[in-house]
Design a protein around this ligand. Sequence first.
Ligand code: FAD
Length: 468
Amino acid sequence: MTSISGKTDIDWGAFAAALAPVEVISETVLVKKRSRDFFWYSPILNARLKRCFADLIARPKDVGELKQCLSAAYDAGVPVVLRGGGTGNYGQAVPMDGGLVLEMTAMNKVLEIGEDFVRVQAGALMKDINAALAESGREMCMFPSTQEIATIGGFVAGGSSGIGSIANGMLRDPGNLRALKAMSVTDTPEERRFEGAHVMQIHHAWGLNGVITEVTIRTVPLQDWIGCMATFDTYEGAYAAGYALAQRGDIGPKLISTVDARITTYFPRLDGKIRANKHLLVSMIPAAQASTFAALMEAEGGYVDLMMTDTERGDAGIPHVYDFSYNHTTLQVLKADRSATYQQVGCPSPPDPQAIADLREHLTDDVWNHHEFSRVDGEIVTFDLPIIWYRDADQLAAINAIYEDNGFPVYDAHTWQVEGGGLKNADYRHLAWKKRMDPKGLLNSAKSMAWDSVKDLSPEEIEAMSTP
Ligand SMILES: Cc1cc2nc3c(=O)[nH]c(=O)nc-3n(C[C@H](O)[C@H](O)[C@H](O)COP(=O)(O)OP(=O)(O)OC[C@H]3O[C@@H](n4cnc5c(N)ncnc54)[C@H](O)[C@@H]3O)c2cc1C
């Protein structure tokens, strides 16, 4: 069997046979499909990654099979990329060096439900974890808007926040991610347990320093959530109402997003359900707070268009409200027009509607705002995931410069290397653990700018490069 990636020199037929009884996928069409994620949101990443393919997919169903795959990869010097649901936005799960993609979705057991935590295998889908938790009146402290198809391992390795973050903070905030187990890519792969602050050695490392096998994450009481939408005459009005709502502990929202009116014209499934050409606030609140929420929105100059339980929403044929939040907002636009893209931008804190209005003067009509409200270390913050009408890389660089020059840091969504996005700098703790867990540098190494410059150092030498 020849190499699909064109980048490896190995007898893939023999390699696949040696993995038996592990399920493998070798049909070219399917291998190519499972080599992709949502990198196509970015025209820059699309150009760079669309021809990067694996050579073989394996789908281990338990820790023993996973060990077998990793040991075989280590012996043969085969590059390995982990894959959960493949919903990452930056090509995180794209095998740039060819080789083996390990799809984790068969390792999907809920192992333990504790009083305020759940311990699960890394390939479990988050919607399944939440369904299991619902039986005991709990839910994950946060989950991404892709919970229907994304795995907890992918969220921990590649994600950062989601529905629940306005109440419970970022995934990295202390107490949310309680413990992890990760497996090494060595002759005899071993699982190591990371607890408390040590989870940061693995969290958001894009699967380049160990294979996450198990996750323990905080749970919170499940409430009788309703999805709400309110509309406003100005974007600043919606943003101010979002901030006012975020401060209302008595209402206790788990989602607050604001969306420019022009973006809402790409939401055909909301036609007739929300006022046309108005700026939108999307939220999830406990049903018992419906009248308090409505009073607040009206006091802020808004109009409450929609408040629905899940059952009412299903009956009305309306998608979940979080289909209009986080990167689902971008997806709604991309469904209609692939010339759109987006960016990830931090905002001045505390949230200031005037700062958003002032910035718009500089951004021109190529940029349409969409903010998510969250908490970091207990403080309310917002970040902008704007729609950008893309012409070329120079235009995008100019837009980034406008944001940065006005005090809005850009966490570039158009980079395939972990240091280029939210991290901004190399995380030498991640790389020290990569040296320990993956001494041959087989795990997703193309996704680190800094790895090549440290790969010949000892883990201790690499760790010493971390800024205190
Ligand atoms: C429409 C849309 C909406 C989104 N909304 C959100 C959101 O609300 N919040 C958010 O944070 N993100 C969001 N994302 C990004 C993404 O969906 C999430 O981060 C998701 O949790 C990734 O899970 P996954 O299983 O699809 O991971 P994948 O895309 O398969 O993998 C992500 C990264 O994790 C690595 N990985 C996967 N499994 C393992 C493992 N077991 N061990 C080690 N590494 C592993 C992969 O190699 C890759 O580097 C969104 C993306 C889209 C397209």
